[in-house]
Write a protein that binds this ligand. Sequence first.
Ligand code: ADP
Ligand code: F6P
Length: 322
Amino acid sequence: MKRIAVMTSGGDCPGMNAAIRAVVRTGLEYGIEVFGIRQGYAGLLNSDFHKLTSFEVSGILQRGGTILQTARTEAFKTPVGQKKGLRHLNELGIEGMIVIGGDGSLRGALALHQLGFPVVGVPASIDNDLDGTNMSIGVDTALNTILDSLDRIRDTASSHTRAFIIEVMGRNCGYLAIMAAILGGAEVVSTPERELSMEDIALALADAYVRGKSHAIAVIAEGVSYEAIDLVTYLKNKHEVGFDIRLTLLGHIQRGGGPTAFDRLLATRMGVRALEVLRDGQSGVMVNLEGRETGTIPIEKAIAKTREINPSYFDLARILAR
Ligand code: ADP
Ligand code: F6P
């Protein structure tokens, strides 16, 4: 293998740059040219490729976002789009591709693999929803960002005897929410996997108030069936919980910022591993973290279902909220 391509796709996350750098520098080590595709599958459809040099990836290890940019592109979900992409790869003599992204991006990678083109995936999404790996790139940084925000909110909440409803990202997966609740000392957590009704949340907040707490934090995953704003309206109008109620939607702050040490290491190891397994002839696989080791898993298996949350985490959150 002499020439490959790399792209970042779907939602960006901290650590994508570290992974790109690892792919390019490992490629140089093995005498493989690495072309960057800008803006994910959109760039593949527009033939937006350029050769990545060692110089271009220097100074990016610590930067959030992605130097290759990213996109969401409906056109690549169609067989016509996929064949067009394949044609552009063949035109440039590209022999394999590394896709850095979340479950949607890996579905695209699987489609190319099924058309006979060698592809390896690298899991990168703050959601940690990919079943095939213990951790995806970006999760640790997002969690640290959430905890920093939560700590700041608790300072002001306890000064004013307030309860805060804090909405965190994660799409259909409650991983960020449950971890933020445990590590940030929240009183209440509601996730798609263990959704609390608005009434249950009101009762838990009222209970924290009568027990004499100076503040209460409710972490709400964005994937629950109600909107955080409707929960706040409910708490203000329908229930007397004692605390004054405020709402914070953390939003895209969770996706930005430089990667933590954990994410730099994970992205670096996964980037190196992805290039090596592609070079060794593997395709249709995603690199993953199993225990402390990196490995590979068929993409089909990795995306088959949303990663489950260890049920003991819900017990921890409940016990520690007393
Ligand atoms: P993420 O990778 O973060 O989960 P998306 O779900 O938005 O992000 O997917 C990113 C892109 O991957 C989509 O815009 C589309 O181009 C491609 N993609 C998603 N699902 C498929 C699919 N089933 N087949 C082919 N390509 C897909
Ligand atoms: O998949 C990453 C993620 O940040 C999800 O947590 C969130 O639901 C979604 O992307 C937001 O997407 P957008 O950046 O298109 O608003």
